[in-house]
Design a protein around this ligand. Structure first.
Ligand code: HSE
Length: 307
């Protein structure tokens, strides 16, 4: 295939925060949240120029090491060739290292933007290939699936590649997140997981994960039993004791709460009726952030759209 041609105009890509696992759906389930990073990318004559505002603006690299740039490079390779230069402007709002899918957002923003600035990009890299590539870079498919597809996603690995299906979450669900001040590295949280788990725990999680699909889409009244987990949250609690205690406190009050992704953010799946109770139950030291559900996933927007 001949190398690609690129658009002269800039493109804007918006990518959502995501919450993975949702209790029992370790490395499989994901929910897309209404909190976004925006990236504007323009193909230039030469060089690489990156501007970053917001989250990570004080410590992210402005060169080829940036995850977004590495993801763009991998996507351009898959698309058939690299542009001569790139100008990138990032407006970051998703907190880093908190279990809200910031690395997946960077990866998805990079590959969606690379495809969008490539003429005929959709034919060279279709949506399935996009998910495969994002999963390969991230290492597991749950956050990238939710980030690309929006809504509620079920992801799995098949023959070494990431696959996913999307469902519509019940519109009565109101996600409320509690974001601790300090990050926990996903690597650290994954390092706390045992190599083997009791069969009884695996069986319990399989049942609850299946129930969660029904609870999140059609019967939110089942969210309490459906969000019970035995495979990761307890093992990870030593790395995020305050978050583990908050999950316990909220659940004792009848609020379906889980550790978001690898933590330490706590996600409560509230409703309009319970959202206020969630805020009250959290107690001192915790700020509740009520978010919307994102239904669109990663989107290429008109340049005029507000950042
Ligand atoms: N499923 C992943 C984990 C999400 O819990 O480790 C974090 O990237």
């Amino acid at each position: 295939m001949a190398g690609p041609a690129f658009r002269a105009a800039a493109v804007r890509v918006r990518v959502p925060a995501t919450s993975a696992n949702l209790g029992p759906g370790f490395d499989a389930l994901g929910l897309s949240l209404g909190l976004y990073d925006d990236v504007v990318v323009r193909v230039a004559d030469s060089g690489l120029h990156i501007d970053i505002a917001g989250e990570g603006s004080d410590n992210l690299p402005r060169d080829e090491k940036h995850l977004l740039v590495r993801s763009m490079r991998a996507a351009f390779d898959a698309l058939g060739g690299q542009p001569r230069g790139l100008e990138i402007v990032c407006a970051n709002r998703i907190p880093h290292g908190r279990g809200l899918g910031s690395s997946s957002a960077a990866i998805c923003a990079g590959i969606v933007a690379a495809r969008a600035v490539t003429i005929g990009g959709e034919h060279r890299l279709d949506d399935d290939a996009l998910l495969e590539l994002a999963t390969e870079i991230e290492g597991h498919p749950d956050n990238v699936a939710a980030c690309l597809l929006g809504g509620f996603t079920l992801a799995w690995m098949e023959g070494g590649v990431g696959r996913a299906v999307r469902s519509e979450p019940s519109d009565s669900i109101v996600p409320v997140v509690f974001v601790p001040g300090k990050p926990v590295l996903t690597e650290t949280a994954r390092g706390l997981l045992p190599r083997n788990v009791p069969h009884v725990d695996a069986a319990a999680n399989a049942g609850r994960a299946a129930l969660l699909v029904e609870a999140l889409t059609r019967r939110p009244e089942l969210l309490m039993p459906a969000t019970e987990d035995r495979l990761h949250q307890e093992y990870r609690a030593p790395a995020m004791p305050e978050s583990a205690a908050l999950v316990e406190r909220l659940r004792a009050d009848g609020i379906p709460a889980v550790i978001s992704g690898a933590g330490p953010t706590v996600l409560a799946l509230a409703s309009e009726e319970t959202a206020q109770k969630v805020e009250m139950s959290a107690g001192e030291g915790w700020a509740a952030n009520r978010l919307g559900l994102d239904l669109s996933g990663a989107s290429v927007l008109p340049l005029a759209a507000a950042a």
